[in-house]
Design a protein around this ligand. Sequence first.
Ligand SMILES: *Cc1c(COP(=O)(O)O)cnc(C)c1O
Length: 398
Amino acid sequence: MSVLSNRAKSLKPSPTLAINAKAKSMQAQGIHVISFGAGEPDFDTPENIKQAAKKAIDDGFTKYTPVGGIDDLKDAIIKKFQRDNQLTYKRSEIIVSCGGKHSFYNLAQAIFDQGDEVIVPAPYWVSYPPMVSLANATPVIAETTEENAFKITPEGLQKALTPKTKALILNSPSNPTGSAYTREELEAIGGMAVSKNFFVISDEIYEKIVYDDFKFISIASLSDEMKKRTIIVHGVAKTYAMTGWRIGYTAGPEEIISAMNNIQSQSTSNPTSIAQKASVEALIGPQGEVDKMVSAFAQRRNYIVDRLNKIPGVSCYRPVGSFYVFPNFSSYYGKSFQGKKIENSTHLADFFLEVARVAVVPGVEFGADPFERISYATSMGDIKEGLARIEESLKKLG
Ligand SMILES: *Cc1c(COP(=O)(O)O)cnc(C)c1O
């Protein structure tokens, strides 16, 4: 008898968390590591949000709440969709879960079955394929190109489609690439979703972290027809520097939301009562802190992209959103350091960690081996020092 289930045996730990753990253990040994591995803002949660949480505790708001979230929070989410996306939802079309990841997990459990195919454009967020597999469905990886800003085209989508396609996952703006879809691009994809009859799962967690004049569009807002076949996965973690609070939410057809509610009722029950109150304040309180964080990210993005593109042999797409860059280092593959050959993104990430003392996440984890993911959710000082270290270390490869 095997101790572990096949399900558990098929999983490996989230690689982004693993890199951060390795960097932290080097730090603990007194080695100064600069971490570009983080998947979370370096800013503190804004004060007004913290106050709302403290008030919830003082008011004794510390008991079970309805499984899918309190009405106050659902109403704040409804207001957010109306205000930001001109989308109208009812309470029965919203569910609050324990983080955006949990929202996606419950959604996958609610709509996927054995035999279903789910199109996942690569580069993808590391957790999509395992969460699709945990729901017994099959992730179908659809490659995109750097030239096309890592976005899936109608032709690319057509190639991945089969009669078994149940859904397409869209993540705009994207983790890890920072690219985002324009209205025209979404219209083309939406047209195919309607004609070929599949769902679009739209992960909009980086909606607010966009630069220059990029205008975020939710694919659900294109038409009533599209709204019916879109499920939006969202959360407060990235916009409000609230990664530890664990509040995510989903908006979509009532039948799906109701099934997610059942799943949640038999597993986690409600997300934390206190964090729910804080999230009401986050979503409908003053939004000024968000603008400040985004303008800091914008400055760092400008610096990091320009700097990376000046390193010989490196090319870096200029992101329009999120807080990552995804530079191509593949011209260094095949070179060696002290007799050890760098053959892929994992070898290069190990080399950066050991020789440059900089932590990055290998592109292969996102389904794109020529690249490394660098998070700029860290100070400008660290960004400058970290890039100098990367550049110096690359000179040692021959
Ligand atoms: C961070 C992230 C999420 C959700 O994060 P939670 O902390 O679970 O709310 C979802 N999708 C992407 C692409 C992310 O980067």
